[in-house]
Design a protein around this ligand. Structure first.
Ligand SMILES: Cc1ncc(COP(=O)(O)O)c(C=O)c1O
Length: 472
């Protein structure tokens, strides 16, 4: 029944959504243009307006509470209103909220850089700040490009990137992205990259199965490198998990092989840890799972525990050194933003790293990851669940109509499941037909169970109504 209601919404959104808009006068359009949102539908209806949050929950304007099943778009780690982070921000705010890093410095930016280096994969020794994941990737691309220019290898100016990759929305990060739905319109504005096929074991582009495939997906990457490495500056990769693609998990060993190939062909490896960083995969960084050290690493999202926009690009001494010289060599990295290394963001990030250390966040996470793994393994009975992918606290459940046939995106089955879960107090945001679970690392075992139970019940309900004749 709920699924039918959603179909009515799609055709006539005003009928279905109007009651949710108590704060807006009838006929008065909102001034706000929302990200990744079809505004024609929202113009008729109403958003759920969040007024406060605590722990793993937040509350809307009607007083209804929701479990934050996607960590407020993959950023929150220790819950909302975490005292240690609140206090750290307030303490810094009482001194000063912002001072520039262009020509000045501040203690928090210095200390945070040192701490990031301490927890990062070995070999990364320098930190350059920005303020979101897209800019952190953008910085990495520019650094890699400039590195080869400064080294005198001027022909090395192209980037390899993967199908279905998502690295953000600025034009540089879109240039190395691969999600056509988001990116194809902007092609005339983008720099040319060298796309390679990403692994996607559930629908293997080579029609093979792991491990008997012997990772032909890596061979495909090597073939391109072998032919074109003299012109390739860097390869941009989401380590282990292509998040926005639908939590697509690379086969074990893939990341390590890519690292080896980058070294062999003298190509800089840029790891985009924006989604995977800060414990999301069960380790501090995804690269750690395969003992990989990239040449550049972009981090954002969880860096502040989900509090404030801060990001960083970490790199090696060798890359840093290539930018050194007297001023008139003009090797300066001419890049920076008004809020680069913002003090409040750095205060939040330092407090979040203290929480990791003092509360043993990664240790406490392991039994919750194990619970999820066990739960998910026991949930494969529904024929509309095509694939369940998990790395740590990143889970993607791919829904299919029957025998692996994808639901047409226009049916919005993923959105319907999330609406159903929302009705039961769990907030999720799908990626097409993939239901994403990415709760705060601090979620209690009880709430984790509530999250999984609610989601699988919602999947049952919606898929049964979407194709009743073929349900379990
Ligand atoms: C892997 C990855 N890189 C970059 C980004 C862009 O980050 P932001 O939205 O902070 O610009 C995202 C966002 O989801 C991401 O998942």
């Amino acid at each position: 029944m709920k699924y039918k209601i959603l179909k009515i919404e799609a055709k006539n959104p005003s009928k279905a959504l109007t009651p949710l808009m108590p704060h807006r006068q009838k006929g008065q359009p909102s001034a706000l243009w929302y990200p990744f949102t079809q505004m024609q539908e929202w113009e008729q209806g109403a958003p759920t307006v969040i007024v406060e949050g605590r722990g793993s929950y937040f509350t809307d304007q009607t007083g209804k509470r929701y479990l934050d099943g996607t960590s407020s778009l993959w950023v929150n780690l220790h819950g909302h209103r975490k005292k240690a982070i609140d206090d750290a921000i307030i303490k810094e705010m009482r001194k000063m909220s912002h001072s520039t890093l262009l020509g000045l410095s501040h203690p928090l930016a210095i200390t945070l850089a040192e701490q990031l280096i301490r927890i990062a994969p070995p070999g990364l020794t320098k930190v350059f700040y920005s303020d979101n994941g897209s800019t952190a990737v953008e910085v990495a691309i520019k650094m890699a490009f400039a590195f080869w220019q400064h080294q005198g290898q001027k022909e090395k100016r192209q980037f390899m990137s993967f199908s279905n990759a998502y690295h953000g929305d600025t034009l540089g990060s879109v240039s190395v992205g691969g999600i056509d739905l988001f990116h194809s319109l902007y092609k005339p504005l983008l720099f040319k990259n060298i796309p390679v096929q990403a692994p996607y074991c559930y629908r293997c582009p080579w029609g093979k199965t792991y491990p008997s495939c012997q990772m032909v997906c890596v061979d495909a990457v090597e073939r391109v490198m072998k032919r074109r490495h003299r012109r390739i500056a860097g390869l941009v990769i989401e380590p282990l998990v292509q998040a926005a693609a639908g939590i697509c998990v690379a086969p074990p060993g893939y990341l390590k092989r890519i690292r080896e190939l980058c070294t062999k062909y003298n190509i800089l490896m840029i790891a985009d840890e924006v989604a995977t960083g800060f414990g999301r995969t069960g380790k501090m960084f995804a690269c750690e799972h395969e003992g990989v050290s990239p040449d550049l690493m972009a981090v954002a999202k969880g860096i502040t525990g989900g509090y404030l926009p801060l990001a960083a690009t970490l790199t090696t001494q060798k890359i840093y050194d290539a930018f050194l010289g007297s001023y008139d060599t003009f090797k300066t990295f001419f890049h920076g933003h008004s809020y680069t290394g913002n003090r409040l963001g750095c205060a939040a990030a330092l407090a979040s790293l203290s929480v990791f250390r003092e509360e043993g966040v990664l240790e406490k996470l392991q039994p919750k990851v194990a619970f999820l793994t066990k739960y998910l393994a026991g949930s494969k009975g529904n024929r509309h669940i095509g694939d369940i992918r998990q790395v740590g606290f990143m889970v993607g459940i791919e829904l299919v109509r029957d025998e692996g046939e994808p639901y047409p995106l226009s049916e919005r089955v993923g959105a319907a499941v999330c609406m159903e879960a929302k009705a039961h107090g769990v907030w999720l945001r799908p990626l097409g037909n993939v239901i994403v679970l990415m709760p705060p690392l601090s979620i209690s075992m009880r709430d984790l169970k509530k999250l999984t139970d609610t989601v699988f019940r919602a999947i049952e309900t919606v898929t049964m109504l979407a194709s009743p004749q073929s349900s379990v």
